[in-house]
Write a protein that binds this ligand. Structure first.
Ligand code: SME
Length: 150
């Protein structure tokens, strides 16, 4: 873990330990408050029967994208690939669902429970190209921890 994220990661770990699956809203609020380039932080969960992602807790502006078909948008593509997706500049993506005109970049990291893809954490930023591998590592760590309690 990059030192930049050590304290925050410890706080998240503590929240998950104390609140388990009820920690999601607090995690969204904490990350949005503490990381300047995280302007919208939220969770989406897989509904394999309907082949859609359903929104979970989030912090940031309200979004109309509460249900996203697999394959649609950045999130929908991650639902199919099962891999992290870092978009440095959303204006260059054809398959993108705009939540807000202020969003310039997006990072989506999948959540696995064992081998099963169950959801994802979605970060939107008002800055263009703000994300580093440290962000991705930090979010992957959170997703690994969450995979154990969700
Ligand atoms: N931009 C996402 C939709 C979700 S919002 O960012 C909250 C996408 O293209 O899948």
């Amino acid at each position: 873990m990059n030192p930049q994220y050590t304290d925050l990661a410890n706080q998240v770990a503590m929240m998950i330990k104390k609140q388990g699956k009820n920690s999601l809203q607090s995690i969204c609020d904490l990350l949005r408050d503490q990381v300047p380039h995280f302007n919208w932080v939220g969770f989406y969960f897989m509904n394999d029967e309907k082949r859609v992602l359903e929104i979970g807790p989030y912090a940031g502006d309200e979004t109309e994208h509460t249900v996203i078909p697999y394959g649609t948008g950045i999130c929908g593509q991650v639902a199919i690939s099962g891999k992290s997706f870092l978009v440095e500049d959303v204006s260059k993506e054809d398959n993108y669902l705009a939540c807000s005109l202020t969003t310039k970049a997006e990072l989506v990291v999948p959540i696995y429970k064992g081998e099963v893809l169950i959801g994802q954490i979605d970060i939107d930023s008002h800055k263009r190209n703000p994300f580093t591998l440290h962000d991705e590592d930090f979010l992957k760590q959170i997703c690994d921890w969450l995979g154990e309690v969700l």
